[in-house]
Design a protein around this ligand. Sequence first.
Ligand code: HPA
Length: 235
Amino acid sequence: MATVHIESNKEDIAPRVLMPGDPNRAYYIAQKYLTNPKLVNKVRGELAYTGKYKDVDVTIFSSGMGVGSMGIYSYELFNDYDVQNIIRIGTAGAYTKDLNLYDVLLVDSAYSNTVYDDESGIENVDILNSSFELNGVIQDTAALKGMKLTQGRVHTTVAFYTESKDYSKFTDKGCVAVEMEAFALFFNAKKFKRQATALLTISDNLITHEVMDSTQREKTLDEMIVLALDSIIKK
Ligand code: HPA
């Protein structure tokens, strides 16, 4: 069985999926944390691996960048592969001085002023919630590890490079950070009545202009990856 964009057999995709944006990160996570990882997709270089984490089947599937790419893969994973739970793991830029570099944000909702919802055609929305249930599992798992999480709304943008430095349009909507995929994931989770959320490490601050350095980046992302893995196996 295959879809237009995924070559995997149905049984090769686990019901629990973590989605980093970057295919190299999917490879890194699979090699470092999964037992017997199997490459299950390489169409367009969007790598996916399935293996066991603490004896539970998990798939790590790269989403690519932006709502277009995330929209395609999450749609096909829910619709064609019966995936039940997806956690996006990635980075975000902070719109507030209250968020520091390396803070981990558990996304409770995503705001978007794109036409993604309109064109995908089920409804007109500009704010979509992540899964309350999945967020509860992640909060409990983080508490057991003594890990601090901030919960908040993100702005899902389609333009990484923007001229305007006035973010009040987005902060007025309650957004604390910006990223590029969560809205499409939550849209498809709602459409297919599945569970999805996002864990994002703050990689840059648009107000203070601080940017993560590459060594710290790896270590902090590792903590977030392990939190996502330890949470998703409880579902
Ligand atoms: N903008 C959009 N997406 C991002 C950013 C940003 O500044 N940082 C991490 N993902």
